[in-house]
Unconditional design. Structure first.
Length: 221
């Protein structure tokens, strides 16, 4: 019980700091995260996945703490892509949180990019609450020295993850992480009450999200 209290207390401190970011700050940070991850060696297959994606979710800072029992929290956003027209829609603000068990110790901040490869993945995220590794499969994104590396394997997962971590942590996993509607941030950004379906039907056209879309287009070119 003492360990549980310690983990939850640490997670609360870090999550309160992460929650202080405005929607525009999350969008700006998402641009930098995507740029940094795309610039890493052997990440050419990321371009292939983004070029054919049904959507992308970006979490600039997912804070994880652990001491036997672990916890995670982070805020991010989801963009939907129409594969027929190539147009992007959103942003729909979401958060990720959860507890994990096993051999894990440390504190870590992770930048996380989830590439959604099919309509089922988008629908599950849009519906408000989804558990990764439960009803929705997630796999580590393929890496390689050429774009062809991404097509040489059978891409069957609904979501592929790419991440960059800062800090020291052992036993990391997305299994059991819950992604939910961040209603407060969506209300603040859109200045009205909208359903997830309404948000993801709105074409991306505000300055902050256009910068993110332009970054995606730069990567896939």
């Amino acid at each position: 019980m003492k360990i549980l209290g310690f983990v939850l207390a640490l997670l609360l401190v870090f999550s309160q700091g992460a929650a202080a970011k405005s929607p525009d700050a999350l969008l700006s940070d998402a641009v930098m995260v995507l740029r940094d991850i795309a610039a890493q060696p052997d990440n050419a297959p990321l371009k292939y996945l983004l070029r054919n994606a049904h959507g992308v979710a970006i979490f600039p800072d997912v804070i994880r703490v652990g001491l036997g029992l672990g916890g995670r929290y982070g805020e991010g956003l989801l963009l939907r892509r129409d594969p027929e027209t190539g147009l992007w829609y959103g942003p729909y603000f979401i958060d990720i949180k959860g507890l994990s068990y096993g051999i894990q110790v440390g504190i870590q901040s992770t930048s996380l990019v989830l590439v959604i490869t099919n309509e089922r993945g988008i629908s599950n995220l849009r519906d408000g609450t989804v558990t990764l590794g439960g009803s929705l499969s997630v796999a580590a994104g393929p890496v390689g020295r050429s774009a062809e590396a991404g097509t040489d394997i059978e891409l069957t997962a609904s979501i592929y993850s790419y991440s960059m971590s800062r800090g020291i942590f052992a036993g990391l996993s997305l299994e059991g992480a819950v992604i939910s509607n961040n209603t407060g941030t969506n209300r603040l950004y859109w200045q009205e009450e909208l359903t997830p379906e309404e948000i993801l039907a709105r074409q991306a056209d505000t300055p902050g999200v256009l910068s993110l879309v332009e970054e995606i287009l730069d990567i896939v070119e």
